[in-house]
Design a binder for this molecule. Structure first.
Ligand code: C2E
Ligand code: MG
Ligand code: MG
Length: 631
């Protein structure tokens, strides 16, 4: 009768163990702290049963044996309490050194107490009529005292350090401790109720059901580890400064038939089984399009990559009526960043910024990529701040008309002040703003400032005919661009003929229809367009033919090469004749010397812009400049 509760406890533990072991596990170091509590509790329950049986056989069995077993049982109780406390400490202090620093006090306390328990007097009571039995005396009292102290320590730690634990975890720890303490109090006052070890099993069950069930870390469909598991694993690796490598496998699954979702699951599961065969690799499903393979051994990771590459040897593999495109991003040293989140960001960063990846399907990430990403993140914050604090300003660079012999326009160029008041050039943030979409907001800020300037200062009175404003290709393919810009022009009562929008040609133009639609709407309203940076790497004459541009801007590199290379000279002459033949205007950018200026003027290039005439300058300086020179 007396060991019935212990039997139940033991059965529960076997059941938990079975489920625990039958699941794929992360095998984290932090998992071991749960396993410690588990196995100490297991031993505690066994010793509890043994001591009950031996006390029942007090008359028949060797007295020393009974004493040793009972003392060991008491010692195991203090160990359960101690490992419970360590479990909480492990949660609080993921860094091993700090963990050990805090843990050593409780380990010392329990060690000293256990020596006491092993040598202090102990007595036994057994009444065969009522079947009541228990141990008592100084050794037993010492056990209760130590367990009580540690339970209170655990409880109070969970309260004091609550900010570092999730509410769910705090509640579970507190429930565990409360059950345990209640059982201890009941048993202390009613020695014959032997429920303490069973109570600790219930505590373990609470932890298991809430946190330690390996199933929480699995993706149910594919059996791969899930994103939650990824964060647990990488947190630990970074906290313990363990080197590891990752391979990000990126899929693009297309269906020729109409199976869609279900087909995707089947395919994913099939691939999962394949990944599981790679030796020494943990497999994480991050999204439907991305699986991460993690290995603590770089060579292992390289080999896996080789195997993968051979298997998916074409980016276009066919599984029945499903087409699978795969790309691999290999990060041999994942510690070039400092957290799991940053690692995923790095993969994402490489994925969107590296056009080469799409060609070769493979990219190896190094320190420089991480550095670039951090720079971008830094810029992102700077820009966000600057936009919120109105630290965005517009400079104007005058543009000279060779036909009229005066300044007829200007290019508006964005500038941003950082927190320390330094001026950031656009090259340092435009790219970032384009890749994270902030350019939509930034572009509107610039455009609004230009419109306000035109409204407030009426630069037409100094002979200015229009102002050129840069548009990013990201803005061009944004469907509300035209509506928003027209709204802003109306707000400041700006004549649309005073606005010229510059677009840089882009090799990989997606959303061409939206671009054309935006252009048409704005042109109909009265705005004109320039093709910027003509003559740079992506030059494509089709652009001039296909899109309704009014002006072509020769890039400064082209202007420069005109004066140093005959080939460039020939190309520029031809392009010039052709563009003029189409009835478009030309602006030559980046004119830096008198010689260039005179030559271009003689060539009948309509407009000239460059440092030779003026650098981009703040608005009032610009107004003074125009007033002076156009007088
Ligand atoms: P961009 O549109 O081609 O602008 C001309 C760039 O050449 C400006 O650089 C200007 O300062 C520079 N420049 C002008 N004359 C000379 C010269 O004689 N020599 C040399 N070496 N450079 C000259 P900035 O202001 O640094 O702007 C760089 C780029 O940033 C711009 O190239 C444009 O693509 C982009 N950008 C500037 N403002 C905006 C904006 O408001 N929106 C968007 N989307 N992009 C902008
Ligand atoms: Mg421009
Ligand atoms: Mg340009």
């Amino acid at each position: 009768m007396n060991i019935l509760t212990q039997c139940c406890g033991l059965a529960l533990m076997f059941l938990m163990l079975f489920f625990y072991m039958s699941k794929r596990r992360l095998r984290l170091l932090s998992e071991s702290s749960f396993l410690h509590v588990f196995f100490v509790t297991f031993i505690c329950v066994i010793l509890d049963m043994l001591s009950v049986i031996s006390i029942e056989n007090m008359g028949a069995w060797n007295q020393n044996f009974i004493t040793v077993i009972s003392r060991l049982y008491l010692v195991s109780l203090t160990l359960v309490a101690m490992f419970g406390f360590l479990y909480v400490l492990r949660e609080l202090y993921p860094q091993f050194k700090i963990y050990i620093y805090h843990a050593k006090y409780v380990i010392a306390l329990v060690s000293i107490a256990d020596i006491g328990i092993l040598i202090a007097p102990i007595h036994f009571y057994y009444n065969p009529d009522t079947a009541a039995l228990y141990s008592y005396g100084p050794a037993t009292n010492l056990t209760y005292a130590v367990a009580l102290v540690i339970i209170l320590m655990t409880y109070s730690t969970s309260v004091i350090k609550s900010s570092k634990l999730t509410t769910r975890k705090i509640h579970s720890i507190q429930a565990w401790m409360t059950i345990w303490m209640a059982a201890a109090i009941v048993q202390f006052f009613n020695n014959e109720y032997l429920i303490v070890s069973f109570a600790s099993v219930v505590g373990i069950l609470i932890l298991y059901l809430h946190f330690e069930n390996p199933e929480f870390n699995l993706d149910h469909i594919t059996g791969m580890f899930n994103q939650n598991a990824y964060y647990l694993a990488t947190n630990e690796l970074y906290n313990y400064e363990i080197d590891f490598s990752i391979i990000s496998v990126i899929f693009d699954i297309r269906f020729e038939g109409n199976i869609q979702e279900e087909g995707k699951d089947i395919l994913m599961s099939e691939m999962a089984r394949y990944f599981f065969l790679l030796p020494g690799v943990s497999v994480f499903k991050i999204t439907d399009q991305q699986v991460l393979l993690l290995s603590k051994n770089r060579e292992n990771a390289s080999n896996s990559l080789q195997i993968l590459n051979d298997t998916f040897d074409s980016s276009l593999s066919k599984y029945d009526d499903t087409i699978l495109y795969t790309k691999f991003i290999f990060i041999p040293n994942a510690r070039i960043v400092s957290s799991g989140k940053e690692l995923l960001n790095l993969v994402q960063y490489v994925r969107v910024t590296n056009i080469g990846l799409f060609k070769n399907r493979f990219y190896e990430v190094d320190e420089l990529d991480a550095h670039k990403m951090r720079n971008e993140e830094f810029m992102e914050h700077e820009l966000e701040d600057a936009m919120a604090a109105d630290r965005v300003v517009v400079y104007f660079q005058p543009i000279y008309s060779t036909a009229l012999g005066r300044y007829t326009s200007a290019e508006a160029l964005v500038r941003v002040y950082d927190r320390k008041g330094n001026l950031l050039p656009p090259d340092s943030f435009i790219h970032t703003a384009e890749s994270n979409g902030m350019i939509l907001h930034l572009g509107e800020i610039v455009f609004e400032k230009v419109c306000k300037f035109i409204h407030d200062e009426n630069p037409a009175k100094y002979g200015l005919e229009y102002i050129e404003v840069n548009l990013s290709i990201v803005q061009c393919v944004y469907k509300n661009l035209a509506t928003n810009y027209i709204r802003i022009m109306k707000k400041y009562d700006v004549d649309p003929r005073f606005i010229n929008l510059e677009i840089t040609e882009s090799a990989s133009l997606r959303g061409r229809d939206t671009l054309i639609k935006n252009m048409e709407t704005l042109i109909e309203y009265g705005v004109s367009f320039s093709l910027d940076d003509f003559g740079t790497g992506q030059s494509n004459l089709n652009y001039i033919v296909d899109f309704p541009f009014a002006i072509v801007k020769f890039d400064k590199d082209m202007t420069y090469s005109y004066f140093v290379s005959n080939k460039a000279k020939y190309i520029m002459d031809t392009a010039m004749r052709m563009i003029k033949g189409l009835g478009l205007e030309i602006v030559s950018e980046g004119v830096e010397t008198a010689e260039q200026f005179i030559a271009l003027k003689n060539m009948d290039i309509g407009h000239i812009q460059g440092y030779y005439l003026s650098k981009p300058i703040p608005k009032y300086e610009f107004l003074r400049f125009i007033q002076e020179h156009n007088a």
